[in-house]
Design a protein around this ligand. Structure first.
Ligand code: 13P
Length: 249
């Protein structure tokens, strides 16, 4: 069975609530595509107005992060229950920027993944290597380690529903996209790793995105690869170009 494409924007720390509503109003006619899931992952404060602005459209609103506890004395954090109550279905977990600037580790990523599933949220689990790791030839080993820890104690049933985003750190925000062959090689290795942890059916079901300088001009070639099931898009998700990415064919 063909996997349904999932094309998600990651707005990062951009757009005030007012700007978020204006951007959704601008993009909603451009991102119509019945053949793909379209997700806008927005800053926490934008979730509720974005949800309202996206009502009646094919746009799903997602979160960029969440904490792995349900409630309590964790100043500044957002809980999975809060996301669910706001109507969120997707949540990005372990983006490389969270790992780099906010000390997230493979272990905290695993805790968040487990918690997201417990609440019926679909995690978009990020992995990716640095330029040094790529140059040292340890990309696949590194990614396999990230995946194995992220999925610790996750059942096959849950894993099937997960989304993995392969985002080489050197390609994020640099305009330097991985070639479609480089992206495909790693996405295929991720699928094989899922097959080893679980089974063939789980590996076939799980959706794997590529992220890192995706734009309207390179999306078609990337998304045509057999193991690339869509994209996680930063900069270009804030522009009309995102419509081209969603309608890449
Ligand atoms: P860019 O598309 O801006 O390179 O960002 C990619 C990314 O980090 C998406 O999560």
């Amino acid at each position: 069975m063909a996997r349904r494409k999932i094309i998600a924007g990651n707005w990062k720390m951009n757009m005030t609530p007012t700007e978020a509503v204006a951007l959704i109003d601008e993009l909603k006619p451009l991102v119509v595509n019945d053949e793909a899931d379209v997700v806008f992952c927005v800053p926490a404060i934008d979730i509720i107005p974005a949800m309202e602005a996206a009502k009646g459209t094919n746009i799903h609103i997602g979160a960029e992060n969440m904490y792995f506890e349900e409630k309590g004395a964790y100043t500044g954090e957002i809980s999975p229950k809060m996301l669910v109550d706001a109507g969120v279905k997707y949540v990005i977990i372990g983006h490389s920027e969270r790992r780099e600037y906010f000390a997230e580790t493979d272990e905290t990523v695993n805790k968040k993944v487990l918690k997201a599933f417990e609440h019926g949220l679909t995690p978009i689990i990020c992995c990716g290597e640095s330029l040094t790791q790529r140059e040292q030839g340890i990309t696949i080993d590194w990614i396999r380690q990230q995946i194995k820890i992220a999925f610790l104690n996750v059942t096959a049933d849950k894993a099937k529903a997960a989304v993995i985003a392969y985002e080489p750190i050197w390609a994020i925000g640099t305009g330097k996209t991985a070639t479609s062959d480089q992206a495909e090689e790693v996405c295929a290795a991720i699928r094989a790793c899922i097959g080893e942890i679980y089974d063939e059916a789980t590996a076939e079901a799980i959706r794997i995105q590529y992220g890192g300088s995706v734009n309207g001009a390179n999306a078609a070639e990337l998304f045509a690869k057999p193991n690339i099931d869509g994209g996680l898009v930063g900069g270009a998700s804030l522009k009309p170009d995102f419509g081209k990415i969603v309608n890449y064919k």
